[in-house]
Design a protein around this ligand. Structure first.
Ligand SMILES: [Mn+2]
Length: 424
């Protein structure tokens, strides 16, 4: 399915007058609007290939049809999102689900849609049908050297696929851990995992990064071998300068102060990437900004402050990706909502009066510090985000346009009602 340029222009025309009123107001209230619009236009959030199908839980899955049947159709879906919002210009692949049979064709197809290849993701959390050895008791931590070797070889294969596509990073998330006390020796599990990661690290091209993702629990419920940011940082520090910690918002114990974690990892130059989602209880993988928008703002506030203090490029120096999936929304509408929430929150963080905040901190003026943050958080920046999108050729209302153009209905017509995308 194609969204024609003239259709986007017609859609925008119908909303233009209202948008211009809102934009005129926020422009009048905001300093450095052009600079903010440039930053918003440059900021791109990668879409994972596994979020395009209906997510499931261990109780069931309720697909709505038209899901992408192969890598080409996944690229097409993300191309549609990017056409609408101009902020989803990257795709993150998962191996073995997305092994490209013809990499140069896939690369060209992605380029046609304005997409680049973000981090490659390996998979040692489930067994594949043709796999010799099982990961039931872990992959890189496994007591059996041949299982560890299989997991190392797989990660190196993922790097090779990534090189062919022009990716420049590998995300390693291990489900390794234990479900019961006594099941494994923590120290040996760590050492096996480190030595496996070292072999994978050695296979990275010079310009590549490795992201070590942590997760507090699930699928293992007693311990996880990369359980928190401290453990991830330990691995990343021992591995070397190309290894970084990756923060997934859903991978913490309840009420963790994620903004503080982000600030300290940035201070150490060890924050590499970010997975956005939202949650109320655990790793719920809900739409970004749907449950705790203020927490997301506080995290973005630290991201902007920390990146600026190191002179980093907001758009390119960290890996930004959505990692969400669930079973009651159209996945493409959900992704549009998530990207919009990220852009709104980023814009709010750019509005924070840093000079005033620093002064308040130096004077221990707690009230003013809170006022500064909440002034930015409570500003309606939607017209700024929409203006950036409009100037880039996107739709003023991505979801409105998606529905008006009956995108899902068209995808069902093209692909069928019973298609199932690979994913979780
Ligand atoms: Mn993740």
């Amino acid at each position: 399915m194609q969204l024609e340029k003239y259709r986007i222009e017609e859609h925008n025309q119908s909303l233009l007058a209202a948008h211009q009123r809102a934009f005129a107001y926020i422009s009048g209230e905001t300093e450095g609007v052009d600079n903010i619009l440039e930053k918003l236009a440059a900021f791109q959030v990668a879409i994972p290939s596994w979020a395009l199908g209906t997510g499931g839980t261990r109780f069931g899955r309720f697909p709505a049809g038209g899901e992408p049947r192969n890598l080409e159709e996944k690229i097409e879906d993300i191309g549609l999102l990017h056409r609408l919002n101009q902020s989803s210009g990257a795709i993150s692949l998962h191996i073995p689900w997305d092994i490209p049979s013809n990499p140069s064709h896939i690369k060209a197809l992605a380029a046609q849609h304005g997409l680049r290849f973000d981090a490659m993701n390996s998979n040692t959390f489930q067994d594949q049908p043709d796999q010799a050895l099982s990961y039931k008791f872990g992959s890189l931590q496994n007591v059996d050297k041949s299982v560890r070797q299989q997991a190392i070889d797989h990660n190196i294969e993922v790097i090779r696929h990534g090189i062919e596509l022009g990716s420049d990073s590998l995300t390693v998330w291990l489900s390794d851990g234990s479900c019961f006390p006594g099941q494994l020796n923590f120290r040996k599990a760590f050492q096996h995992t480190l030595s496996g990661l070292q072999e994978i690290y050695a296979a990275l091209p010079d310009n590549w990064k490795m992201f070590v993702e942590y997760k507090a629990f699930e699928p293992n419920f007693y311990s996880t071998t990369v359980g928190d940011w401290g453990q991830s940082l330990l691995y990343a520090s021992k591995l070397g300068p190309k290894a970084y910690t990756l923060v997934d918002l859903g991978h913490h114990l309840p009420n963790a102060n994620i903004e503080q974690i982000v600030a300290l990892l940035l201070m150490e130059g060890k924050l590499g990437g970010f997975h956005f989602n939202d949650s109320k209880y655990g790793d719920d993988d809900l739409t970004v900004g749907s449950i705790k928008p203020y927490q997301l703002f506080l995290i973005f506030n630290e991201l902007v402050e920390g990146m600026d203090s190191r002179g980093m490029n907001h758009a390119t120096d960290l890996g930004w990706m959505i990692d969400a999936s669930h079973n009651v929304k159209d996945p493409l509408e959900d992704l549009l909502q998530s990207v919009e929430a990220i852009m709104i929150t980023y814009a709010q963080a750019l509005l924070v009066d840093r000079k005033k905040l620093t002064e308040a901190q130096l004077n221990s003026d707690v009230v003013t510090a809170q006022e500064v943050l909440q002034q930015a958080f409570r500003t309606d920046v939607r017209a700024l985000v929409a203006e950036a999108r409009l100037r880039a050729g996107g739709a003023l209302s991505p979801i409105g346009m998606y529905r008006a153009e009956k995108v899902r209905e068209n995808l069902i017509k093209e692909r069928g009602l019973k298609t199932v995308a690979t994913g979780l």
